[in-house]
Design a protein around this ligand. Structure first.
Ligand SMILES: Nc1ncnc2c1ncn2[C@@H]1O[C@H](COP(=O)(O)OP(=O)(O)OP(=O)(O)O)[C@@H](O)[C@H]1O
Ligand SMILES: [Mg+2]
Length: 308
């Protein structure tokens, strides 16, 4: 049975389309990623699949349970890490866990056992009696994960689990996600970090403007760019030069950020020379070719960067 099955799911808010007839399946045991920029429709999709928001059109099921009919069945099987933490700041970590466990009708003994296990994995046991309002962002995120996993869900929804965290905190959460997946939890995660999708996910759907624009394993998505090359030029650049480069034949996409010009090109003889000509009055510090990343796949398909 599929963990998630989605067919032509759509959501409009006052006539504005947020999720536009998306279809995909998630197999049991997978880590499936939804990669897309701000406003792409990631959270709206999660909220529909977790029975927090009614779909406008289309169908979806979670382990065979229909999201329009069987929300009670679904809630028992899923855990949710919302994009915005929903912790009670005026309670301690342990009180938050107890409160959440009671909401889920878990016996006190189970709450205690799970709480100890998860607080220890998350490195929070020595802070369990502290008020959440004194926690750092990373600690709050780890506590939110404890709550999401408390009732041992088969399927865990993670809405941007590491946004705003430093690299070390991010890595800690990645390790946790990998470990619970090894132990059998299916994961649906949204992110706008291409490294996150690349490192964690078995398959990724790239979403933009409410539509899935491509879907596959990170390796498959990147291999679709085999005919294209990525040039990285370290140079101080201006708008005019970027526009001139965009007009060079064979150049597919140009983007510029932090002193690094990224040019996606279709291979052709003499192209490099034409590019360098356009940069002749600029101080080029280096030119190199790069392996495609998932962000390049996104740029190649949409002409935009994941984060503007
Ligand atoms: N409750 C709402 N009422 C009206 N419009 C909404 C509502 N929720 C979301 N939207 C709109 O739907 C679109 C998709 O929003 P959504 O939050 O799903 O994007 P997202 O991919 O999660 O973005 P982010 O990366 O910023 O979290 C946006 O245009 C947003 O403004
Ligand atoms: Mg979101």
């Amino acid at each position: 049975m599929k963990a998630i099955s989605v067919s032509k799911l759509k959501k409009t808010f006052n006539g504005v389309v947020a999720v536009d007839e998306i279809s995909f399946d998630v197999e049991e045991g997978e880590i499936f990623g939804f990669l897309g920029p701000n406003g792409a429709g990631k959270t709206t999709t999660v909220r529909m699949l977790t029975c927090q928001l009614k779909a406008t059109e289309g169908k979806a099921s979670i382990f065979g349970y229909d999201i329009n009919k069987d929300c009670n069945g679904i809630r028992r099987l899923i855990g949710i890490l919302p994009q915005e933490a929903s912790l009670n700041e005026l309670l301690t970590a342990e009180q938050n866990i107890l409160f959440y466990g009671i909401l889920y009708d878990l016996p006190k003994k189970v709450i205690k056992r799970r709480s100890e296990e998860l607080l220890s994995v998350m490195g929070l046991e020595h802070r369990k009696n502290d008020l959440v309002k004194n926690f750092s962002g990373g600690m709050k995120q780890r506590l939110s994960l404890v709550l999401a996993m408390l009732h041992e869900p088969k399927l865990l929804f993670l809405d941007e689990p590491t946004t705003g965290l430093d690299p070390q905190a991010r890595r800690h959460i990645w390790e946790f996600i990998k470990e619970i997946n090894r132990q059998g939890t299916t994961i649906f995660l949204t992110t706008h970090y291409m490294e996150e999708a690349d490192t964690l996910c078995n398959r990724v759907a790239i979403i933009d403007n409410g539509k899935i624009i491509t879907i596959g394993s990170p390796a498959e998505l990147k291999s679709k760019m085999e005919k294209e090359k990525i040039l990285e030029v370290e140079v101080d650049c201006d708008e005019n030069t970027i526009n001139a480069l965009k007009r060079v034949s064979g150049v597919k996409q140009v983007s510029y950020a932090n002193g690094l010009l990224k040019i996606i090109v279709e291979d052709r003889k003499g192209l490099l020379l034409d590019i360098v000509k356009n940069l002749s009055d600029k101080n080029i510090k280096s030119i190199s070719t790069a392996e495609p990343t998932l962000e390049d796949v996104f740029i190649s398909l949409t002409g935009k960067r994941l984060r503007d």
